[in-house]
Write a protein that binds this ligand. Structure first.
Ligand SMILES: Cc1cc2nc3c(=O)[nH]c(=O)nc-3n(C[C@H](O)[C@H](O)[C@H](O)COP(=O)(O)O)c2cc1C
Length: 206
């Protein structure tokens, strides 16, 4: 009963809208009304995403405003050195598309938690790394969809080559493995056209 009452305000159409409208928006601009309190409210919802054995190995870092820009500056410096010369200009432009937003959510997985679960439940030892990634995917999808439901555009990125420099700068535990980044803000492009497989080829009912 208490459960039903707590969830009374949630309309399933809001969820359907957010899931179907969510797109990858890679060219961002600043969203005038986005602030830390709003993002914090969203993140507090998102951390309810499930994880195997409720191990909660996901960790998040949220960078707003100047810190968000500094992150993408660091990414630009790192990738300018890593990429072949002919690819640098277009990749820098791509990274600038993220930098022009309001913030970035960084997704990590705590490897210490995973090791502890492997010791606690040896029968599933080989599954915990996979399950950690599944759990991170759940967090990523929840975050992306919740941002969309609040009218905030985002994309999912993997500029993980900057992991070490980033962790040093923010004194992040060496146990936190960087998985992905989600820059967010207002859209400054139309999402690219997307094709979907035929529903009947993807889903079977019996
Ligand atoms: C696991 C996963 C990894 C992805 N990695 C990237 C990425 O590194 N860079 C990027 O721009 N998009 C990335 N994407 C976004 C996909 O390309 C995108 O979701 C897909 O093409 C469908 O488009 P939509 O998000 O607009 O619906 C990733 C998506 C998923 C689910």
């Amino acid at each position: 009963m208490a459960f039903a009452m707590e969830h009374k305000g949630v309309e399933s159409t809001c969820f359907a809208d957010a899931v179907t409208r969510r797109r990858s928006v890679r060219k961002l601009k600043r969203h005038a009304s986005v602030n830390q309190a709003q993002i914090d409210k969203i993140v507090r919802i998102v951390v309810n995403a499930p994880s195997a054995y409720n191990m909660q190995s996901g960790r998040l870092v949220v960078l707003m405003d100047d810190e968000h820009e500094a992150f993408w500056d660091l990414a630009k410096m790192t990738y300018a050195q890593l990429l072949p010369e002919e690819k640098v200009a277009s990749f820098m432009e791509r990274l600038d598309g993220f930098r022009c937003g309001n913030g970035t959510v960084l997704f990590f997985e705590d490897e210490q938690t995973i090791r502890e679960m492997q010791e606690k439940i040896p029968a599933n030892k080989d599954s915990f790394v996979d399950w950690s990634h599944h759990g991170s995917g759940m967090l990523q999808f929840a975050m992306w969809t919740a941002l969309c439901a609040d009218g905030i555009a985002a994309s999912l990125q993997h500029v993980n080559a900057i992991e070490e420099q980033f962790k040093e700068r923010y004194h992040i535990s060496p146990n936190w493995k960087m998985i992905a980044q989600m820059p967010f803000g207002a859209p400054d492009e139309e999402p690219v056209a997307k094709t979907m497989l035929d529903y009947a080829d993807v889903v079977k009912f019996y």
